[in-house]
Design a protein around this ligand. Structure first.
Ligand SMILES: *[C@@H]1O[C@H](CO)[C@@H](O)[C@H](O)[C@H]1NC(C)=O
Ligand SMILES: *[C@@H]1O[C@H](CO)[C@@H](O)[C@H](O)[C@H]1NC(C)=O
Length: 299
């Protein structure tokens, strides 16, 4: 627009006629350069098809809740009145878990995961079942380490884990207006550690879009507690809600809790981690008491 206007106004000025050819050529070069820059920018940003950021890593959210219409996924499962989602949505809060608690929880993850680790870029540690990624497989850490596990984790670690789980449960119940006692922790509930190393098995491929209720029938409410900071500890690795009209992200931040109803109203994926290490805990809840699991404890 600016270029066209300048050209027209110059045309009026006969004295500048001489210089016009050069000017136009320069303008043409300039326009070409701008076009090239735009093309480069769009190709560099091609992976970045994010339309909206629901939670920036730098902001501290007291609580944000976005309601979305429920999918029909819940209809193919037994309904538990007062618990099975009738109202669906997603919430994010930075005020439930402190940064200090997140740091202590992260050190539990670090200790546990240091005993194993996937050959690919994604490792998990499930304190409930004992599952730990090792190479291309999983081992049961309680069976594998036996009594020596007491040298790894302390009672205090498990107490903190329970405390955090309870606070997340209360937050979800409160946001959806249901009774917390109707929610049951379910499996898998686990720590994840992701880095940029290439996937070796399907277990390492965390970035595919999925619906939790389809992947794990028991899930009704999914939550994530982030244990590291986007762009400080790692790059990539943002959580993306894939809505029909837009991709909406949650940027991880240590202590940030993100939760949502588990049906296809909340189709999502995690971007590949490009650098650094990303820690999080997935904590899942079901309304079906038959699918409930207990908190981890030394046996
Ligand atoms: C990623 O983690 C694995 C262990 O799970 C480790 O072997 C690998 O070196 C790490 N990669 C990077 C880039 O840090
Ligand atoms: C959302 O991102 C995916 C790739 O991750 C892309 O294929 C899709 O077109 C994006 N959706 C919108 C509405 O931009």
């Amino acid at each position: 627009m600016v270029v066209v206007f300048s050209v027209l106004s110059m045309k009026k000025d006969r004295a500048l006629r001489e210089g016009q050819r050069t000017w136009l050529r320069n303008a043409g070069l300039g326009a070409g350069f701008v076009l090239a820059a735009l093309l480069l920018w769009s190709s560099l940003g091609a992976e970045d098809d994010v339309a909206e950021v629901l939670a920036h890593h730098g902001e501290v959210l007291a609580g944000r809740f976005i309601e979305v219409p429920c999918s029909e996924d819940y209809d193919s499962h037994r309904r538990f009145e007062g618990c099975t989602p009738r109202r669906c949505g997603r919430g994010i809060t930075d005020s439930v878990i402190t940064r200090e608690e997140a740091e202590r929880i992260r050190s539990i993850a670090e200790k546990g995961l240091s005993l194993g680790g996937s050959d690919g870029g994604a490792s998990i540690l499930d304190l409930h079942s004992g599952a730990l990624s090792v190479g291309k497989h999983f081992v049961n850490l309680y069976r594998y380490f036996g009594d020596r596990i007491h040298n790894v984790f302390s009672e205090e670690d498990f107490r903190l884990y329970r405390h955090v789980r309870r606070k997340v449960q209360l937050t979800i119940a409160d946001a959806f207006g249901i009774s917390s006692s109707l929610l049951h922790l379910t499996k898998p509930t686990f720590f994840s550690r992701m880095n940029s190393t290439e996937a070796r098995t399907a277990h390492d491929e965390y970035w595919h879009a999925h619906v939790d209720k389809v992947t794990y029938g028991s899930f009704d409410y999914t939550s994530l507690l982030y244990l590291s900071d986007y762009l400080e500890d790692f790059g990539g690795g943002r959580f993306v809600f894939m809505d029909e009209g837009a991709n909406r992200t949650v940027e991880p931040r240590a202590g940030r809790v993100s939760f949502f109803t588990s049906g296809s109203e909340n189709l999502h994926r995690v971007e590949k981690v490009h650098w650094g290490t990303r820690y999080a805990v997935t904590i899942a809840f079901t309304c079906n008491p038959d699918h409930g699991i207990a908190d981890p404890a030394f046996t």
